[in-house]
Design a protein around this ligand. Structure first.
Ligand SMILES: [Cu+2]
Length: 104
């Protein structure tokens, strides 16, 4: 009887742990990508990047303009830089760059 009770507690504990793991892993809404900066419009807060395929979004490679989450992000990069950047979906459903940095 005591052993059975202990077994039930052990099984419940394992279920709890198994149930929590996927929640922690699925809570990200950012996508990482790499590309080359083609143009920067500091005034408008836009940057044109020729990016490679972004698998997590099912996007092919292309050259396009992105809005940045805040203009300060444009200070650390210049046209011609190879960059790694992060996309986050805004409230209006469009993706904005929420992080960007040159890569070697
Ligand atoms: Cu694109």
């Amino acid at each position: 009887m005591k052993a059975a009770k202990r077994l039930i507690i052990a099984v419940l504990g394992a279920m709890l742990v198994a149930g929590q793991a996927p929640l922690a892993a699925a809570s990200t809404h950012t996508h990482r990508a790499e590309g080359i900066v083609q143009a920067i419009d500091t005034q408008a807060g836009k940057i044109k990047i020729e990016h490679g395929p972004i698998q997590s979004l099912d996007w092919p490679g292309m050259a396009m303009f992105f809005d940045v989450a805040h203009r300060g992000l444009l200070n650390g990069v210049k046209p011609g830089d190879k960059v790694t950047f992060e996309l986050t979906r805004g409230k209006d459903g469009r993706f904005v760059i929420s992080g960007i940095a040159p890569r070697p």
